[in-house]
Design a binder for this molecule. Structure first.
Ligand SMILES: [Zn+2]
Length: 89
C-alpha cells in the first residue's frame, strides 16, 4: 500500500497484528443535543473506517448508533481507504 496511514484510519484490516474486537478507535468530531458524530475504525462487523452518528438515550443511559457511513477517503490524512471498497455504494 503506497499511501501513508494515520492514527485515525489505521485498522485491523490493514495491520493483521491488530485485533478488530479490541483495537478499534473512535474520535468524536462534534456533539450537539445528545447526537454525536464520530469517526470509528477497526471495529468488528463494521466497515473498516466509517462516520458513526450516535444518539444518547436518556432512558437506557447509553449511546445508540443511528447511522454508519463508510468513507472513501480519510478526512485526516487523505488516504484512499481501499479496504472500504466493498462497503461503498
Ligand atoms: Zn488517515
Amino acid at each position: 500500500m503506497a499511501d501513508k496511514v494515520c492514527g485515525i484510519c489505521m485498522n485491523a484490516f490493514l495491520d493483521r497484528e491488530l485485533d478488530p474486537e479490541y483495537d478499534s478507535s473512535s474520535v468524536c468530531l462534534d456533539s450537539v443535543n445528545g447526537v454525536s458524530v464520530l469517526i470509528t475504525s477497526g471495529s468488528l462487523y463494521s466497515p473498516p473506517v466509517f462516520i458513526e452518528i450516535m444518539q444518547w438515550n436518556e432512558k437506557h443511559q447509553q449511546n445508540f448508533t443511528l447511522m454508519k457511513i463508510p468513507l472513501r477517503y480519510c478526512p485526516f490524512c487523505g488516504r484512499k481507504i481501499e479496504e472500504n471498497t466493498p462497503y461503498l455504494k
